[in-house]
Design a protein around this ligand. Structure first.
Ligand code: FES
Length: 159
């Protein structure tokens, strides 16, 4: 908890502690910690001098906020109309097969979280996905394999 408090103090140091900063504060905490834990939200309430119920209420209202840890790489598979027509379901299944988790799950090693999302605004590239901030479009099984299968590192022997 002490480590978390220290981390939160650093995260919150750029804010003045006024209630109107609630959303930017929650965004910053999520950006730095990956999600909003109950402890972090209580700490934010204390910092902003507002009731915890307000913080929990606002955080749960907005879809952008997450309440459980996510993987280092968040894979969002677009399921909008253009991507659906161009095989979004196959893309989801293929990725799921490669990284070993189903939609909505996070891998045990915290490497990947896999999600389906509505149109991500790159319909010309359908079918497409995002991995964190990167967009990958015109996906084919071969391209998916290239993105998700790491080639084994060549081991050099010292002879
Ligand atoms: S439908 Fe997939 S990017 Fe628009």
């Amino acid at each position: 908890m002490l480590v978390m408090k220290e981390k939160l103090d650093i995260i919150l140091s750029s804010f003045s502690g006024e209630g109107r900063e609630l959303i930017p504060v929650l965004q910053k905490i999520q950006e730095e910690m990956g999600y909003l834990s109950p402890e972090a939200m209580l700490y934010a309430a204390e910092f902003l001098k507002i009731p915890p119920s307000n913080v929990f209420g606002v955080a749960s209202f907005y879809e952008q906020f997450r309440f459980s840890p996510v993987g280092k790489k968040i894979v969002m598979v677009c399921q909008g109309t253009a991507c659906h027509v161009k095989g979004a379901e196959k893309v989801m299944n293929e990725i799921s097969r490669h990284i070993g988790i189903k939609e909505g799950q996070t891998r045990e090693d915290m490497e990947y979280t896999l999600k389906g999302v509505a149109c991500i605004g790159c319909c010309a590239l359908a079918p497409c996905i995002t991995i964190n901030d990167d967009v990958h479009g015109r996906l084919t099984p071969k391209l998916i394999e290239k993105i998700f299968i790491k080639k084994p590192v060549n081991k050099k022997t010292n002879e």
